[in-house]
Ligand binder design. Structure first.
Ligand SMILES: Nc1nc2c(ncn2[C@@H]2O[C@H](COP(=O)(O)OP(=O)(O)OP(=O)(O)O)[C@@H](O)[C@H]2O)c(=O)[nH]1
Ligand SMILES: [Mg+2]
Length: 369
């Protein structure tokens, strides 16, 4: 305030013209305070990323409500999560929900259908890859969804989500049409860009596996999506997605050798997991690694003095602190939280922690206000 009092003409004028009145009784001062507060929020460094700026540029250039919605969703996915952007996040949420409501009311036209998958559960993992790799079979085995599985390419034409159980939570898998130049639908890449993480599925029994893999990477690159290590082009609009390369059909003769070869060539670039959707081999590890890709933690709350009953956990981003949990549980906790007790990850047996305590997966927290 002091910095403003000296430099601001409005302030000087208010102060000099009516010095006798208590400051909060001067209407101009109150108007000024309100304006100043919104200015301060606006000036708070938002540290917006180039990806966000690119999505915003696409939002401004969008002509249809579908394009607008896709761009807004991407802005939401790429906006940095911290205090300085809270207002922007709330505003984005409001605009997304308004557009969704408008779209839900629109009659569906046959031509130019655009598909979108709303996120559910602890996070959304999209399956990408060449035709026939076994994406649909994996989704069939791991969820209750029933996508068509067939031995010809391009079986899947529309996206289909399914919920995969991992321990006590659900992760959303999305079965997609193949990522291939012959399926150039832009909505496919919008879904991929919007997903929280990607699982690239390849067929170890396919002699063209290396070409197929490069084709997938090429298509993703055209959509400005980068996966794995390696340099990301320094051009705005690129998104880096956490990913895992799942090498499928490990039940077929000769595939373990092919997996070794794949590791030699791409091991430096991608985290890899060999599986067989047909026999179930490696699928437990698939669940675990899909969870790991999401970079979230599960936190349980318990009422003071009550016995612990493990109910559905809160899902928070890795790196969240006690205060983030408090905000999630109830907005009152945000201002009233005094301390918490924590049980978890081996060394906490009900210790008192403060609001900056860094939460870990499976922590049990008793909030006190
Ligand atoms: N042996 C074996 N066959 C598999 C396995 N997973 C999938 N398949 C077969 O591979 C073929 C393709 O499987 P899909 O799940 O339809 O493949 P997709 O990746 O969804 O294919 P598109 O929809 O065309 O992109 C089918 O004949 C499956 O039965 C596996 O683990 N082992
Ligand atoms: Mg399929």
């Amino acid at each position: 305030m002091g910095r403003w009092a000296g430099g601001c003409a409005v302030w000087r004028r208010i102060f000099h013209c009516r010095p006798a009145l208590p400051i909060t009784h001067i209407p101009e001062y109150n108007t000024y305070r309100t304006r100043h507060a919104s200015l301060v929020t606006a000036l708070m460094p938002a540290n917006l990323t180039p990806e966000y700026m690119e999505a915003e540029r696409r939002f401004k250039a969008a002509t249809t409500s579908e394009e607008k919605l896709a761009a807004l969703e991407e802005m939401m996915a790429t906006i940095p999560r911290h205090k300085g952007t809270e207002k922007m996040q709330a505003d984005l949420k409001r605009r997304i929900s308004k557009l969704r409501t408008e779209q839900a009311r629109k009659p569906v036209s046959r031509a130019g259908i655009i598909h979108r998958i709303d996120k559910e559960g602890a996070g959304q993992v999209a399956l990408v890859g060449p035709p026939n790799g076994g994406k649909s079979m994996l989704v069939r085995q791991l969820t209750h969804a029933m996508p068509e599985v067939a031995d010809y390419p391009f079986t899947t034409r529309v996206p289909l989500p399914g919920m995969m159980k991992f321990e006590d939570i659900q992760i959303q898998l999305v079965d997609l049409p193949p990522v291939h130049p012959d399926f150039p639908e832009s909505w496919l890449y919008q879904i991929i860009r919007n997903a929280d993480a990607l699982i690239q599925v390849v067929d170890l029994s396919d002699p063209d596996i290396l070409e197929d893999l490069e084709t997938t990477l090429g298509q993703l690159a055209q959509a400005k999506v980068h996966i794995g290590t390696g340099e990301v082009p320094r051009v705005t609009g690129w998104l880096v997605k956490r990913s895992l390369l799942v090498a499928n059909k490990l039940d077929i003769d000769g595939t373990p050798e092919m997996f070794e070869l794949l590791k030699d060539i791409y091991g430096w670039r991608f985290a890899m997991l060999p599986v067989s959707a047909a026999t179930g081999q490696g699928l437990d590890e698939f669940r675990l690694q899909a969870f790991d890709l999401l970079e979230v933690i599960r936190v349980y709350t318990k009422a003071p003095g009550k016995k612990l009953e493990l109910t559905a956990p809160y899902i928070l981003r890795r790196g969240s602190r006690l205060i983030d949990l408090a905000a999630h549980v109830h907005h009152d906790f945000l201002s009233q939280l005094k301390y918490a007790r924590v049980w978890g990850h081996g060394k906490f047996e009900g210790q008192m922690v403060n609001r900056d305590y860094l939460l870990a997966d499976k922590d049990v927290v008793e909030l006190h206000r």
